[in-house]
Design a protein around this ligand. Structure first.
Ligand SMILES: *[C@@H]1O[C@H](CO)[C@@H](O)[C@H](O)[C@H]1NC(C)=O
Ligand SMILES: *[C@@H]1O[C@H](CO)[C@@H](O)[C@H](O)[C@H]1NC(C)=O
Ligand SMILES: *[C@@H]1O[C@H](CO)[C@@H](O)[C@H](O)[C@H]1NC(C)=O
Ligand SMILES: *[C@@H]1O[C@H](CO)[C@@H](O)[C@H](O)[C@H]1NC(C)=O
Ligand SMILES: *[C@@H]1O[C@H](CO)[C@@H](O)[C@H](O)[C@H]1NC(C)=O
Ligand SMILES: *[C@@H]1O[C@H](CO)[C@@H](O)[C@H](O)[C@H]1NC(C)=O
Ligand SMILES: *[C@@H]1O[C@H](CO)[C@@H](O)[C@H](O)[C@H]1NC(C)=O
Ligand SMILES: *[C@@H]1O[C@H](CO)[C@@H](O)[C@H](O)[C@H]1NC(C)=O
Ligand SMILES: *[C@@H]1O[C@H](CO)[C@@H](O)[C@H](O)[C@H]1NC(C)=O
Ligand SMILES: *[C@@H]1O[C@H](CO)[C@@H](O)[C@H](O)[C@H]1NC(C)=O
Ligand SMILES: *[C@@H]1O[C@H](CO)[C@@H](O)[C@H](O)[C@H]1NC(C)=O
Ligand SMILES: CC(=O)N[C@H]1CO[C@H](CO)[C@@H](O)[C@@H]1O
Length: 595
């Protein structure tokens, strides 16, 4: 009897242990809206968020800490800036009258937080200091209400700033309202709102923290690559994990405590232009030392990768140095640059593997790492109210931070334009964050979701720098040199045979010998096309490229579709288009069998 009790207890103990190990929650993939894109200077991708109960669909850019910032109407007695006349957004507006009753405090679907329930003025840009560079000013009321990020478990009493009056001011003084808000990626702790005497009235939840505390995700952490709309690079945001195929080469690891808590701040050492393979579309193969201020090359600049702002906010002299290499024209009213789309150089720059490279310090060492942003991703579009007609622009904006030294606010910003090509991740539990090169459209064949634990401090990259070149190789075509002048794409001399044969093959660590053999065979069979007559210095690059392990599938549609058209496409067409452009495990398996 006693023995059997002991055994039972032992069994239960062992069973529970095993069950717990099995029960470690899986990371959650946050869906984006893959059919509709947003912004007057993007297009950018956003997350469909369901706010309150009954649920209201509002699209928000992922980014920021603490409060989720949502454009709102009927915020109690506050006069809202958002009316149908001045607010043509597709993203949605939160109507607090429907989340009722609101400020008057009877039965509640949401709760007013802040001193004496009166609310406080909250940050408009998700606490990332993005207000100043993007000239965003305004007011929001701190509330708490339920949020569900595109179908993932609902969290109650989430910290929200209901933005009722916020406008961007352009360089020429013209204003327009905040069109898309920001969904907070959390913090290491919840937000507490107290009375003036220090009594805590309300606790407002952080979504990743609450999901991890309730065992729905493995940790209070996330990994993100926002991707791009044109060319199509699908976005990825994972709670409690990251997609390893989004992480290429060295991963830089920094504390969030460098300046103040919860900051993503890193040292930028240099900005350069270069070309991965083929002839350069600029006067020289590469040019570094473009990080300049006050006429001097700058050794180090404190920057914040910031998904709440759109552009590259750098010293004015850096923008001048970079754009002196490019066929662009300054747009006075916006302090941005429009591409000269009639210039052959423009076509060559945005369609070849040429890039703007950012060299960063890898923390805790003197090493550095480089993130390459292909110019193809910096061919963005201005639309009304920023420009009367859609205009292709280069997103460098002159900026000078005004925060006191070594305090938050003293940093430059690398916004969504940069983050299209960079992976960022956060482990709030360790107060560390990561940044790495992200790939182009033809990345590792299978999204490789890796769990981040509360104890995780290092991320594993899914590939090395040759994986980066390969991930772009079927969209960005190397240029040839015929005689002295740069000519059109060498790739156009490819025959139909190679195009149809070049279905996707990729090698991930997990795939091992089988696919390796298959692709060696594949290489042997099909590597007979010399891509281009290399200019001087390109031969080594050519060889490297030939060894690369990816062969993307040529998409006949990809060059014919503009973002405007994409956004009008119904779901089916768009997803068909997406799958024809991206690897999937099915395609890879098929290819392996047929080759
Ligand atoms: C994408 O946005 C459109 C327009 O707001 C909306 O109708 C659609 O339901 C959204 N899709 C998803 C998956 O949320
Ligand atoms: C809206 O904000 C602006 C400054 O950002 C301020 O001047 C204006 O008074 C505010 N309007 C209302 C109704 O609060
Ligand atoms: C998570 O949210 C639920 C619902 O609001 C709340 O009851 C719970 O205390 C939260 N847990 C933590 C650890 O924040
Ligand atoms: C912000 O707006 C002011 C005009 O109100 C303008 O002078 C300034 O250049 C703008 N700053 C940025 C970063 O656009
Ligand atoms: C949300 O917060 C309010 C006020 O603190 C509390 O009464 C309510 O129980 C909370 N809701 C949940 C689901 O925890
Ligand atoms: C991870 O850390 C969060 C706090 O950051 C905590 O609430 C959660 O319980 C932890 N999860 C595990 C599995 O230890
Ligand atoms: C744009 O490029 C074309 C072709 O090189 C050139 O003729 C034209 O002057 C350029 N336009 C501007 C505004 O620089
Ligand atoms: C980056 O590191 C390499 C190798 O250590 C070095 O040659 C290069 O000068 C460094 N670049 C910058 C901008 O510090
Ligand atoms: C400021 O620039 C915007 C965008 O180019 C333009 O629509 C607006 O008319 C300009 N305002 C003034 C006062 O020039
Ligand atoms: C990059 O990775 C590929 C595939 O794993 C490997 O064949 C190649 O040697 C690596 N290149 C470098 C420079 O490490
Ligand atoms: C630049 O971007 C626009 C809009 O996405 C696209 O239509 C155009 O084809 C791109 N230009 C090139 C040369 O790829
Ligand atoms: C109430 C308020 O501040 N309204 C502002 C809303 O935004 C427009 C610009 O689109 C301003 O002109 C209004 O003053």
């Amino acid at each position: 009897m006693a023995l059997s009790t002991v055994l039972t207890v032992l069994y239960v103990a062992i069973y529970t242990r095993v069950a717990q190990a099995d029960n470690v929650a899986a990371p959650i993939n946050v869906p984006f809206n893959l059919t509709h894109f947003f912004g007057y200077d993007g297009p950018w991708q956003a997350i469909p968020v369901l706010v309150s109960d009954p649920q209201q669909l509002i699209h928000l850019y992922p980014g920021g800490t603490y409060a989720t910032c949502i454009p709102s109407v009927n915020v109690g007695n506050y006069e809202s800036n958002y009316t149908s006349e001045n607010f043509p957004t597709k993203a949605g507006i939160f109507d607090l009258a429907l989340a009722q009753p609101a400020l008057h405090g009877s039965s509640q679907n949401y709760y007013i937080v802040g001193p004496a329930n009166g609310g406080t003025i909250g940050p408009v840009d998700g606490s990332l200091n993005g207000g100043r560079p993007s000239n965003l000013t305004g007011e929001g009321l701190m509330i708490s209400d339920s949020l569900s990020w595109g179908g993932i478990p609902t969290v109650s009493n989430v910290s929200i700033s209901a933005i009722y009056n916020a406008t961007y001011t352009l360089h020429n003084g013209t204003t327009y309202p905040l069109d898309v808000g920001f969904v907070s990626l959390g913090a290491s702790n919840n937000q507490f709102f107290g009375d003036s005497d220090g009594t805590i009235l309300y606790t407002a939840n952080m979504v990743p923290l609450n999901l991890s505390a309730t065992g729905k995700i493995p940790s209070n952490a996330w990994g993100m690559h926002i991707g791009s709309v044109y060319p199509i690079v699908k976005p990825s945001l994972i709670l409690g994990g990251y997609d390893r195929s989004r992480v290429i080469g060295d991963v830089s690891t920094w504390s969030t405590q460098i300046v103040t808590t919860s900051d993503m701040i890193i040292n930028l050492l240099d900005v350069s232009i270069g070309v991965e393979t083929g002839a350069p579309p600029f006067p020289s193969f590469s040019k570094s030392g473009l990080l300049m201020d006050a006429g001097q090359v700058v050794d180090t600049l404190t920057v914040r990768p910031n998904p709440t702002v759109p552009y590259l906010y750098l010293p004015g002299d850096s923008c001048k140095a970079i754009t002196s290499q490019l066929p662009v024209t300054y747009i006075q009213s916006l302090d941005l640059y429009s591409w000269n789309v009639t210039s052959p150089d423009y076509q060559n720059i945005v369609s070849s593997p040429s890039y703007l490279a950012f060299t960063f310090q890898v923390h805790e060492s003197s090493d550095n790492m480089t993130i390459k942003v292909p110019f193809a991703l910096l061919n963005l579009t201005l639309t009304p109210p920023l420009m009367d007609d859609p205009t292709q622009y280069f997103p460098c904006k002159s900026y000078s931070p005004q925060g006191p030294n070594s305090q938050s606010g003293n940093e430059y910003h690398l916004g969504r334009a940069f983050l299209q090509a960079a992976f960022i991740g956060m482990n709030w539990n360790q107060d560390i964050w990561w940044m790495a090169q992200a790939p182009g459209p033809y990345r590792l064949p299978v999204p490789d979701t890796i769990t981040i634990l509360n104890s995780t401090t290092e991320l594993q990259p899914g590939g090395n720098s040759s994986a980066w070149a390969a991930s772009w190789s079927n969209i960005l075509k190397p240029l040839c040199i015929h005689g002295e002048s740069v000519s059109s794409n060498c790739a156009s001399s490819d025959t139909g045979l190679s195009t149809s044969a070049k279905a996707g093959i990729g090698i991930g660590a997990a795939f091992g010998a089988l696919i390796l053999l298959a692709s060696i065979f594949f290489l042997f069979q099909h590597r007979k096309k010399q891509r281009c007559l290399a200019g001087k210095g390109t031969s080594t690059r050519q060889e490297l490229d030939g060894k690369s392990t990816y062969f993307g599938r040529q998409s006949p549609k990809s060059t014919a579709v503009s973002p405007g058209q994409i956004s009008e496409l119904p779901v089916e067409e768009r997803s068909e288009l997406g799958s024809s452009e991206l690897f999937s495990s099915d395609q890879t398996t098929q290819t392996t069998h047929t080759t």
